[in-house]
Design a protein around this ligand. Structure first.
Ligand code: URA
Length: 433
């Protein structure tokens, strides 16, 4: 087969066969198809979409590009959650240990930052020593010992997603239903889960902007779950404003630790509790949200969820002392305060532009080879619904490079104001039926 013929076929809106998809993906993983050819194919898929069959074959090829794990001893309790990408989304860092402490087995395969959104792996690597590329044997051992572990795609497990994900990040090819479906579902199915909870983020800071589009992605992921005989709950959540109070890498890990210590931002608590409750229900541990809430409160109040995170860090070679001493995280040299441009109530905070502004200070990548500055990040002193006076500090930017002033100006413009009091609404937008 000739790669450029297949690119032309997709460009001209024809469907690819199973053999063609297999050839394209496996040749790319082996290095026989170049990045520029894969980039052209990804753009053709983004523009022209794929049929249900093509999405199934694509997901299957991603899975078959590496090994598939199993946790037969879990007896249906092996449940993961995946968020479709957001700004300030540190949910996995809290959900892994919390669900694990409540009895769920969570073998999490996560990604790096994608587009303007942050990635769980980058956040975890801000913990000194933490390794996200451990052997699969070790991964399985840690999952069996601590009920959860978090690693990245590798040369052994979904290598197709590892290579394609990195290319999509820098070629404007993230926002595609077939590509998101294959990327998420392959990672989860390869990790040996019995069921999956999806946090499908919708809004300006997400890859999916409208509920209509969100339903299409939910349909696509549900079909794949059914094809592979996996239980699934899909929750739609609002991603117009950043989630929680911190955005970046080290700062988000600290916010997650605070959460596990019981100091919870209301929006983080609302989404985390809903998703973990869904995991407990799929695992057969709880009947409903109220039952699950009792179990979750106990895990937090007893300090046991926090201890699970500490142990998880240690087992993945990170320094567990960060839990008690935040000065062990990388520290930014500079801080700029950002001030309200007018008096009123904060109506919205444009999370997509915040994500891009933070890439300027290296909290995310412009190119795959870029190194992240783990210390760079933002603290929101004011959130949607808060009253502010003109000139009052609304955010703090932490950074180390020469682009702090430019990023601060961009962030200042991300705040929208309104004269009258705003009623804040729930982040939970309902589940996919
Ligand atoms: N998360 C993923 O793992 N893949 C995507 O394509 C988008 C979000």
């Amino acid at each position: 087969m000739n790669p450029s013929h297949l690119i032309i076929k997709k460009r001209d809106r024809h469907s690819l066969s199973q053999e063609e998809i297999r050839y394209f993906i496996s040749s790319f993983v082996k290095g026989d198809i170049e990045d520029y050819q894969m980039s052209a194919m990804l753009m053709a898929i983004l523009l022209n979409d794929m049929s249900e069959k093509e999405i199934f074959w694509l997901t299957n090829e991603y899975i078959n590009s590496g090994v598939t794990l199993t946790f037969p001893e879990s007896h249906g309790r092996c449940i993961d959650k995946h968020s479709t990408g957001g700004v300030g989304d540190k949910l996995s860092l809290m959900i892994g240990p919390l669900a694990a402490e409540c009895g769920v087995i969570v073998p999490m395969i996560s990604g790096r930052g994608l587009g303007h959104t942050g990635g769980t792996l980058d956040k975890l690597e801000s913990i000194p020593g933490f390794q996200t590329q451990i052997s699969l044997d070790r991964f399985q051992k840690i999952v069996r010992e601590n009920n959860f572990a978090i690693i990245g795609q590798s040369d052994n497990i979904v290598p197709a997603d590892r290579k394609i994900y990195a290319l999509r990040d820098v070629t404007g090819t993230v926002e595609s239903i077939p590509l998101i479906t294959a990327s998420i579902m392959s990672k989860k199915i390869a990790s040996g889960i019995d069921g999956l909870v999806i946090d499908l983020k919708v809004g300006n800071g997400a890859f999916i902007g409208t509920m209509d589009h969100a339903h299409q992605l939910a349909d696509s992921m549900s079909k794949i779950a059914t094809d592979f005989d996996k239980k699934i709950i899909i929750h739609f959540t609002d991603m117009n404003a950043p989630l929680g109070r911190y955005i970046g890498n080290a700062v988000e890990v600290i916010e997650a630790i605070e959460f596990l210590k019981g100091n919870m931002e209301p929006d983080l608590k609302e989404v985390t509790y809903q998703l973990v409750a869904d995991m407990l229900i799929l695992a057969g541990i709880s009947e409903n949200f109220n039952d699950a809430e009792i179990v979750m409160n106990k895990a937090i109040e007893s300090g046991r969820a926090l201890e699970r995170f500490r142990k998880g860090i240690e087992l993945q070679h990170g320094n567990p002392e960060v839990i008690d001493d935040y000065s062990l995280f990388p520290q930014a040299k500079h801080k700029i305060e950002i001030f309200a441009k007018q008096t009123g109530y904060i109506k919205n905070i444009n999370s997509k532009d915040i994500g891009y502004a933070l890439i300027e200070v290296k909290a995310g990548r412009k190119q795959t080879k870029d190194k992240i500055d783990y210390a760079a990040g933002l603290k929101l002193l004011k959130k949607v619904g808060d009253e502010v006076a003109k000139g009052e500090p609304i955010a703090e930017l932490y950074y180390d490079n020469d682009h702090g002033n430019k990023a601060a100006k961009e962030i200042e413009n991300c705040f929208e104001y309104y004269e009258d009091k705003i009623t804040t609404s729930s982040r939970l937008l309902g589940s996919h039926k």
